[in-house]
Design a protein around this ligand. Sequence first.
Ligand code: PLP
Ligand code: ZN
Length: 465
Amino acid sequence: MSPTAFQKCIDPQCGATYSVDEILVACPRCGNLLDVQYDWEKMSPPKNLSHFEQYWSQRNIPQRFSGVWRFHELLPFTELENCLTVGEGQTILRESEGVARFTGMKSGNLFLQYEGMNPSGSFKDNGMVAATTHAKLVGAKSAACASTGNTSASLALYCSCIGWMKAIIFIGSGKIAYGKLSQALDYGAMTLQIHGDFDDAMARVKEVSKELGIYLVNSVNPFRLEGQKTIMFRILEALRWNVPDWIVVPGGNLGNSSAFGKAFHELKMLGLISKIPRLAVINAAGADTLYRLYEQEGIRWNGGSPDRTRINAFFEQMNRENRHASTIASAIEINRPVNLEKCLRALEWCDGVVRQVTDQQILDAKAQVGACGFGCEPASAASVAGTKVLREEGIIQPDERVVCVLTGHQLKDPTATVAYHSGDKQKFEETLAVRGVTQAEYANHPLQVENDVDDIIAAIREIDN
Ligand SMILES: *Cc1c(COP(=O)(O)O)cnc(C)c1O
Ligand SMILES: [Zn+2]
């Protein structure tokens, strides 16, 4: 394996380093999170980002076709030929006139990075390809994750494609969108429905995988986050290597936001960009731990020593109140984000802000995203809803360039979409009203018409007027 890559504890007070051959999900010395780091001095990183354009003409090589591995030189923890791929990262950045109008941005300045185009339909594939590549290098035979759905869909897909590794999936009971559960089952993964929520499933999978020696692919896995850095590289690529002013991303377990911060920090350090964009992480109001800690309690990275006494007190109070995450945006329905400290570091590097948005705001934003061409799942729309809030507050200026990351595909969670649009009162009650959603302002109701040509034509004429 690459002698110039290693794992390193994120706590500067500890700073312990470990080989990339080791399977670790936390620092054995202090228990904090690990990064994958590189000895850049001993490597020859590219001198400018346009360097990567030479790979556009090498799409016959699977690793160059991959939207992750064509940036291999920026995540070189193993040689290119060892890297697995199923064609992930063929995603697109698109300007959206309609979403610009909805969020109050100037026309031409609002971009959507559509990660729903990945093989399993969410950004998770960017990370999973890196984690499974690492799993192969260390000889793992089975891999596990706890998931709100998309991580499990992604792991299940990679395991079924590569053939030699077994996927074991832990999900909370009743808290998973059907599109996602159906993927895990269809790809043939062993699926365990734990009687509890995501946070419970997460705690159990850590214990069980340690006991049984199973490779853990949750976003505590530092290799996953290396793959997720490439989402930012592709955004820069699509903007002809210009850095936008803002990256807006939903926050759940905070792996993405952590990876994005690391990506820009490294690019800046390598002299490949001259400025770092600001980062906005958007929580759902029903799962707003980061928002409370960062914006209300004022917790900061603080050079690697965030106020852990107050963070612990916060979680203890959450336990005492028996507070559980609750939002229609199931992918970010998480109250104990495992990458909290890494995300605080990213917010520091990127002069970040955190906001929370209600399920009503999320669903209205989602309907706008759909009407403008890229359907997304509820969690993804938090980025658009959050942009609108930050624009209204005057934090984002209308002439700044904003990229909202659409993390997952529309078809992941059809239940929420149908409940919003169909006009079926019972579905609205059961799925949305219970979450405090009172209206569907942008609903596109299907029309009920008789099985009769004249009636159908009359109905169409009516709508056209
Ligand atoms: C996993 C996921 C998120 C949350 O990302 P984190 O890295 O856990 O913060 C958001 N949206 C979708 C669609 C996801 O699958
Ligand atoms: Zn440590």
